[in-house]
Each structure stands twice: as C-alpha cells, then as structure tokens.
Design a protein around this ligand. Sequence first.
Ligand code: NAD
Ligand code: LMR
Length: 332
Amino acid sequence: MAKEPVRVLVTGAAGQIGYALVPMIARGVMLGPDQPVILHMLDIPPAAESLNGVKMELVDAAFPLLKGVVATTDVVEACTGVNIAIMVGGFPRKEGMERKDVMSKNVSIYKSQASALEKHAAANCKVLVVANPANTNALILKEFAPSIPEKNITCLTRLDHNRALGQISERLNVQVSDVKNVIIWGNHSSTQYPDVNHATVKTQGGEKPVKELVSDDEWLKGEFITTVQQRGAAIIKARKLSSALSAASAACDHIRDWVLGTPAGTWVSMGVYSDGSYNVPVGLIYSFPVTCCNGEWTIVQGLQIDEFSRRKLDATAAELSEEKALAYSCLS
Ligand code: NAD
Ligand code: LMR
C-alpha cells in the first residue's frame, strides 16, 4: 500500500541551498524512494517571484514522489501540518554589520518562526536548523517552541562531519564510504572540533583505526582540523557564495539517518540539546556523535576524551555560551 505523503517545510527556499535541496527531497534522497512528499516552501516577500519560479521548476521536473507544493510568504500557511521543518532562511551578515546586529535579526526570525511551528506544525515535527548561527538559532527556536519536544530540535553539523570524512578519504586514498565514525564536537563554526580518535577505515581484513593508518599525528592535530574548520570559508572564497550542494546533501543525510536510522556500528554528528554528556554544559545546542533508531537520536556514550580533545571540546562550548548570552541580550 502506498505511504501517506510527509509534509516537509523548507524555509529560505528561494535561496541557494533551497534551490539545491528541494529537488533532492522531491526525488526521495531525504526520506527514501518509496516515501511521497508534499513540499512547503517559505521565503520573504522580496523573494516571492523567485520562489514561484522554483515551484514552476518543481512542476516541470514531474517528480513521481512529489504530491504537492505550497509556495508562500505566509509563515502560518508554510508551517501548517508539517512533519519535518528544514530551517534554511535567515538574515546574512552584510558589510559593516556587527555580530550583534546579525544575531538580533536572526533571533527575531527564529523567535517568530518557532511560535508558528509550535502552533501549526504536526505533532512530533522534527526540526533541522541550517541557517547560521545554526546552533544558536536552534536554541532560540527551542526556547520559543516549548511544546515541541527538545529532542526534536537539531542543527546541521553533518556537513562538517562529511567534510572530515572527505579529508580522511583523500589523505589515505580510500573510498569515502569506507571511512566512518569521525566526530564533530560543538559549534558549526571555526571553533568546532573535528575528532578522528575513534574513526576507522574499512580494510580487506576488517577495520583499522584512522590514527594507525595516518601515522602523521601532526597533520591530524593540525592541518586536518583547520581544513575542516575553515572549509566553509574556503568554499566562499572559491565560489564567492557559500556552500550549497554539499549543505543540501548533508541536510538530506541528517534527516534520512534521524528518520530511517544509522547503520549498525556507525555514528554521525548532529547538533542536539546537551544533556551534560562529556561535561558539555546543559542548555547549549552542541554537536555530538549520535546513533539513530526508530526516529530518535541517542548520544554515543563512553568515548575516551584525552587532554587535547578536552581543551577543544571546552573551547567550542565556551564560544556557544558566549553566542547564547549574545542571543539572549538581543531578546531584552
Ligand atoms: P541565501 O541567501 O541564498 O538564501 C537564504 C534565503 O532565506 C533567501 O531566499 C532569503 O530571502 C530567505 N530568507 C531571509 N529571511 C527569511 C525569513 N525570515 N523567512 C524565510 N526566508 C527568509 O543563503 P544560502 O546560501 O541558501 O544559505 C542559507 C543559510 O544557511 C545561511 O545562513 C548560511 O550561512 C547557512 N549555511 C549553513 C550551513 C551549515 O552547515 N549549517 C552550511 C551552508 C550555509
Ligand atoms: C559552511 O560551513 O559552508 C557555511 O556555514 C559557511 C557560511 O558562513 O555560510
């Protein structure tokens, strides 16, 4: 029997990530090849014409799984009945703007969209925040949508996770699909900590630790980390635009694994509400290693954290606490 369609909201759908993401969702990349979807696309009035153009292209693509498209600038219409919300829309930093000005704009966007989701989304709606500052936008959304379970509000660090897999695969000249269990800890920013201490590579005889295969510890503790931390900036420098296809693909990976589960023995990185695991302060949206089963994520427990890693975990937590304080100061 055919499945009921799932309603997926994409905010900022007329933007670059939106343009890459909506066809992936409509093709089943996010929820599977047998899952029909209805796309809800939200943008702001100046982008309404362009949003309508995206809707026209979706019709023209004749995706068999796409059972309907809502393209709107009305946040209530956009949020009504959605089962999954991908929050890509936000206010970008413009020349001459202070961090606080950008934060203030995004805090007010995420506050009002949180209320709309809380009132109008389907029960148990899963939320993924992509727009920067992603962790803190997600935290504001959580604060202003208190009836959405906190476990349902997450932010995207899967792009950083995938970047880390990509760097290891290039260094070792192995298939990226044979590398697993890297971790992104903390903020989706240049203080994030890409950690390979528990990562492995599939070999003919089984699995080998990345640390054994990359014998150059200096590279792992230096250039590898900074390359992943700075990758977003490197893409902006090369394209004069921020990452879009890789961000859209990572958003699909994040939701697919959350809804359909992670493969046995594999974890992924997700920005989730900290419960104090690994001594990360409660009250931050922080990226942890997680496994997913039956639509729920669980933080991987019991990993050894050495002194080098501890300092990195704490530094990115400190930045998130500062961002949180700045965001709250914008609320008053
Ligand atoms: P973009 O500027 O091309 O698109 C953003 C869209 O959001 C625009 O169409 C804009 O009109 C819309 N928008 C603005 N305010 C809105 C609102 N209140 N409601 C609905 N829509 C609104 O930007 P992009 O390249 O698509 O990037 C989107 C965001 O994702 C940025 O914040 C970017 O920094 C972030 N990003 C995050 C990651 C990640 O890994 N977390 C990766 C790449 C980009
Ligand atoms: C990325 O990681 O590619 C983006 O978050 C960069 C940005 O600032 O948009």
